[in-house]
Design a protein around this ligand. Structure first.
Ligand SMILES: [Zn+2]
Ligand SMILES: [Zn+2]
Ligand SMILES: [Zn+2]
Length: 228
């Protein structure tokens, strides 16, 4: 047929031409009033007196109604499923916000004394005397913190290696070792989820070091897990 729309029940029984060509009432009127008035199939002029209406039986009407009800039900179910999915998604993101994820290429070292002058610090730590000896370093970040028990300042260092194996070597060598009379502690560092990711938004910070996709569950811990 000409119609783009699916024929509704009354149109299904509308046969304006003896050839039986089906067309909806809207298209029929359109052909009669603004076009050539010919049946598109057999080119016979349309004639209102030959229009054939088939009576719709109560069974057909009932079936049609049941059909419509079924369609409405399907739509409602799909909408509900979509809403549930959105809720589950936001719940799981809320859960992710509280997680810390262990990075197997990141080493966190504590106990270093800030004996090295500030502007040479990063270069020194990257060098062969320190963390550079275990492998290629992608990034190194220093955080200063007060060591309350000794009233001495110590620095914490995050070292990101290119390879996980090098991080493992570094931890094995550094953890428990002595540095200017202090014992160093080295362990895998953790990171958290990017706040933009948690809001389901795109992170625009190209240097963002936080996570932008769900991580391995086996490497994810709550803060309580980590302090236990
Ligand atoms: Zn039509
Ligand atoms: Zn016809
Ligand atoms: Zn980010």
């Amino acid at each position: 047929p000409l119609c783009v729309e699916e024929l509704d029940l009354s149109d299904k029984h509308f046969r304006p031409c003896p050839c039986g060509y089906q067309i909806c009432q809207f298209c029929y009127n359109n052909i009669k009033t603004t076009l050539n008035g010919l049946c598109p199939a057999c080119r016979r002029p349309y004639d209102d007196s030959t229009i054939e209406w088939k009576k719709i039986s109560p069974e057909e009407m009932a079936m049609h109604k049941a059909d419509l009800a079924q369609q409405a039900k399907k739509k409602a179910a799909a909408r509900q499923k979509e809403a549930q999915k959105r809720e589950a998604d936001s719940l799981s993101r809320k859960h992710l916000a509280g997680l810390r994820v262990v990075q197997r290429n990141l080493v966190y070292v504590t106990g270093l004394a800030p004996t090295i002058s500030e502007n040479e610090l990063l270069e020194t730590l990257r060098g062969d005397q320190y963390f550079g000896r275990y492998g290629k370093i992608i990034k190194i970040v220093v955080s200063k913190s007060k060591e309350t028990s000794h009233h001495q300042q110590s620095i914490g260092v995050y070292v990101t290696y290119a390879r996980k194996e090098d991080a493992a070597t570094c931890i094995a060598a550094v953890d428990g070792s002595q540095n200017y009379g202090r014992t160093l502690r080295a362990q895998y560092g953790t990171t958290k989820y990017c706040s933009a990711f948690l809001r389901n938004e795109t992170c625009n910070n190209r240097n963002c070091m936080f996570l932008h996709e769900p991580a391995d569950e086996n490497e994810s811990f709550t803060r309580q897990d980590l302090s236990a």
